[in-house]
Design a protein around this ligand. Structure first.
Ligand SMILES: Nc1nc2c(ncn2[C@@H]2O[C@H](COP(=O)(O)OP(=O)(O)O)[C@@H](O)[C@H]2O)c(=O)[nH]1
Ligand SMILES: [Mg+2]
Length: 252
């Protein structure tokens, strides 16, 4: 049993120039953690390269998603399953491109002792963004204000993909079948966690632009995240209806 162990998962798609350095750093900064790539059969050979480089490392593995629908959210859900099945106490997720500083992983793990969901946040006291083009900064700021306004969620950085979830939170998210992709997946997961009564806290991070390779942010991803807050808001009435019915059944 991995009673107090952490599984660090990194979704990857064409990240061969970032992964070797990132994995080495993660293994070093978090000695009590295992590292797992969630790779969507990257055409650039990200998975094969990493498997070769870290062949002798018992704390490293690759979950290869071949023949499945590719997706950031789908990959993470597979990672959550792996963490639960492996008996891990918690999971940390971060991007492969060094936008999320591996040196902050211990801070997220520490904070997870007091909260079910810990978000590495750019927009709380002490957090920030470096080297990101103005256009991406503005989009990110707008997206966060938009999500708060429509869903009522009081998290300052709902679109951050640098997070830590306790086992309990992972189990809830898997039961709830988070359906979104990309940023919408992140917003939906934060929202569902909050609605389920899980505690959400934020720790400051400094986000930097990707080191190597290219962003997979697309028009489709943006459109989905524009619609997601509305979907969550409109579904809320239904959720509450369901809950009341159950309570009435229990009482009657
Ligand atoms: N497994 C998997 N990972 C993905 C996919 N799309 C993006 N990623 C990874 O998700 C992380 C964030 O993607 P990125 O392209 O940096 O998006 P951006 O930060 O919004 O520009 C990176 O580690 C990507 O390699 C996908 O379809 N499948
Ligand atoms: Mg990125």
């Amino acid at each position: 049993m991995n009673t107090d162990r952490t599984l660090i998962v990194v979704p990857t798609y064409n990240e061969r120039d970032n992964v070797p350095g990132l994995v080495a750093e993660l293994l070093e900064v978090a000695p009590g953690a295992d590292v797992c790539l969630l790779d969507d059969d990257s055409p650039d050979g990200t998975a094969e390269q990493a498997a070769g480089l870290f062949a002798g490392e018992a704390r490293f593995s690759v979950l290869r998603r071949t023949g499945l629908a590719r997706g950031y959210g789908r990959s993470l859900l597979d990672g959550y399953r792996r963490a639960l099945e492996g008996g891990y106490a918690r999971l940390v997720q971060l991007d492969a491109d060094f936008s999320h500083d591996p040196a902050r992983v211990p801070a997220l793990i520490e904070a997870s002792r007091g909260a079910d969901v810990v978000i590495g946040s750019r927009y709380c006291e002490g957090g920030g963004v470096e080297n990101w083009p103005l256009r991406r900064r503005a989009l990110s700021r707008f997206a966060n204000a938009y999500v708060c306004r429509i869903t009522g969620l009081r998290v300052r950085d709902t679109t951050s993909g640098f997070r830590c979830y306790t086992r309990r939170a992972l189990a809830r998210l898997l039961e709830r079948r988070v359906a979104g992709e990309g940023y919408a997946f992140l917003v939906e997961a934060a929202y569902r966690a909050h609605r389920e009564g899980l505690t959400v806290s934020e720790v400051p991070i400094t986000f930097t632009d990707r080191r190597e390779g290219q962003s997979k942010m697309s028009r489709k991803v943006i459109l989905e995240s524009v619609l997601m807050p509305w979907r969550l808001r409109l579904a809320r009435g239904k959720d509450e209806g369901g809950r009341v019915d159950e309570r009435m059944k229990a009482e009657g």
